[in-house]
Write a protein that binds this ligand. Sequence first.
Ligand code: NDP
Length: 292
Amino acid sequence: MSKIIDGKAFAASLREQIASRVAKLKQQHQLTPGLAVVLVGEDPASEVYVRNKAKQTVEVGMASVEHKLDENTPESELLSLIETLNADAAIHGILVQLPLPKHINESKVLDAIHYEKDVDGFHLTNVGLLSTGGEGVVPCTPLGSIMMLKDRLGSLSGKNAVVVGRSNIVGKPMASLLLQESCTVTIAHSRTENLADVCRGADILVAAVGRPEMIPGDWIKPGAAVIDVGINRIERDGKKKLVGDVDFASAEAVAGAITPVPGGVGPMTIACLLHNTVQQACRQHNIDMPSA
Ligand code: NDP
């Protein structure tokens, strides 16, 4: 088996499963899951993400609604749009593309989304459900990472897992998921002492830092599974390039399994967004998720 965990292929197969579930929901329950994506302003990277999300939503058979608001939209107007979407029976998931312009309070907006229509897993109720082992919605990037780990390793029980990064959107939820799988979890961050030694103890190493190629191969335990969440844009030899937080060339020589950048965790994120939308549609209608 190749050492490389192919996130692109994994995401494609997840999208196929989602499409088959959506077809069953339409056929058996006359239910078409709908995802609304809200973009405020004209950040070019966000516009690309939103376009990709909408395209993939339609490709799996779901309904996609886009709301593009002006950069100067008042917070109250955004909140009232969210209220309308919360009340719209055709919309099962609401995603507000981050970052928001500075005059808008991000957490106020995220918490205004009804937790049953939250597909990012950022609503405080879903954060609480994840940390107490309840049935909430899980943030997309950690969800995609844990799916790939379980697919590759089977049971994760008893393994030493180190997550480098403690953000609310990646590091902390990733640590909660690994704990749910009965790993022994260490969360490292910018104040961690002897980070290299902490990483060397990991059977599973998750890097979510945002520093290009910070983790070299000699920080990795031979045979460890490495999930590189980092997406860093760098320039090398006059060319623009995407790299992760792990130095792929030296890490690949030591690791037992590793996600590349690009083509690892990245493609799983949108696939998991679609998965979360289907899950929320089923919850709202009290239907068990159909088999794929
Ligand atoms: P944040 O900036 O919110 O968090 C970074 C974390 O890394 C912080 O906890 C910080 O520690 C820690 N850190 C920073 N420097 C060091 C260091 N030298 N040693 C150890 N820890 C350090 O980033 P995100 O969690 O939002 O994202 C992390 C990376 O993942 C980014 O590259 C981002 O682009 C990528 N990403 C990829 C996604 C995907 O779809 N694949 C989705 C989301 C993010 P402290 O808390 O102490 O400051």
